[in-house]
Ligand binder design. Structure first.
Ligand SMILES: N[C@@H](CCC(=O)N[C@@H](CS)C(=O)NCC(=O)O)C(=O)O
Length: 292
């Protein structure tokens, strides 16, 4: 590996397994399983295989929101997928998601089990299955889906672009950080202008669009991801995003959802696996101890 200013690409790219990047041990240029292992299956209709990254949290928030509305069919087992250990490359996980990324959902309540992958697709699937958090009115529904797709296509610039080069790359590349900081600030401004006269992404209706956007952009303005990035991006200046972030953070289902499959942060906020609503009271890491 060389400093970016010295690098001339060869005519054909070759895989350098030791490229020094934070995720070098799991990144590969090929798909498919690396080992045979079935996924565990619990008692509930919905089986979730995930981790509490922003993409994972979208789904656990949705499930907790559905349960808080009384949809018992949304009961779920949340199994921890340790992506740092390559668990997303097991044969069972690849059968659930050929893209080997969390989150992956299997719905056992259908005649034949239904697999759903891609967090946006999972939100849409659950919203349609339960008839919740997706407006019925055609214009509002379209607005909701537009914002959902906006998030899915925009966040890779925030995570894989800005976050990677600002916080994870083995050395700082000014060009890359500049390029992606500019784009993330533009995206924050898109949200800020919209939220100036909308309580939520779709008027005053809290929907799957908020659940998709909050874990990423709410984390930035709350200073929860990528080190000092909130200061670097002057996140506090996006006051409407800050207001919306705070409002969503106060929801009980959101507070529960962000704890599920969480393996970092305070022990009392880490619920590695969730198999029952009571687990929030009895199975967080502060209750189980560090080795569990
Ligand atoms: N577009 C996908 C992205 C999912 C994704 O990137 N998941 C990451 C964690 S946030 C992952 O599983 N990474 C493991 C890997 O890349 O091997 C979604 O929204 O579901």
């Amino acid at each position: 590996m060389t400093d970016s200013s010295e690098y001339t690409p060869p005519s054909v790219w070759k895989w350098d397994k030791e490229n020094g990047g934070k995720f070098a041990s799991i990144n590969r240029p090929i798909a498919g399983p690396t080992h045979e292992k079935e996924l565990p299956v619990g008692q509930h209709p919905l089986q979730l295989y995930s981790l509490a990254t922003p993409n994972g949290v979208k789904v656990t928030i949705m499930l907790e929101e559905l349960l808080s509305l009384g949809y018992s069919g949304a009961e779920y087992d949340a199994w921890l997928t340790k992506i740092g250990d390559g668990e997303q490359f097991s044969s069972g996980f690849v059968a659930a998601n050929p893209n080997s990324k969390i989150p992956a959902l299997i719905d056992l309540s259908t005649a034949v089990p239904t697999r759903v992958f891609e967090s946006g697709a999972i939100l849409l699937y659950l919203a349609e299955k339960f008839g919740a958090f997706l407006p019925d009115d055609p214009a509002k529904r379209t607005e909701c889906i537009s914002w959902l797709f906006w998030q899915m296509s925009s966040a890779p610039y925030l995570g894989g672009g800005f976050g990677h080069f600002y916080a994870y790359a083995p050395f700082n590349i000014e060009y890359a950080i500049d390029r992606f900081a500019m784009e993330v600030k533009r995206q924050l401004d898109v949200l800020d202008r919209h939220l100036a006269d909308h309580q939520f992404m779709v008027d005053d209706e809290y929907t799957i669009a908020d659940m998709a956007i909050w874990p990423w952009y709410g984390s930035v303005v709350a200073g929860k991801i990528y080190g000092e990035s909130a200061t670097f991006l002057e996140a506090h200046t996006y006051t409407n995003v800050v207001r919306w972030t705070r409002e969503i953070s106060e929801r009980k289902a959101v507070q529960r959802g962000r704890m599920v499959n969480r393996t970092f942060g305070d022990d009392n906020e880490q619920l590695h696996e969730r198999h029952d609503a009571g687990d929030f009271e009895t199975k967080t890491q502060d209750k189980l101890g560090p080795s569990s």
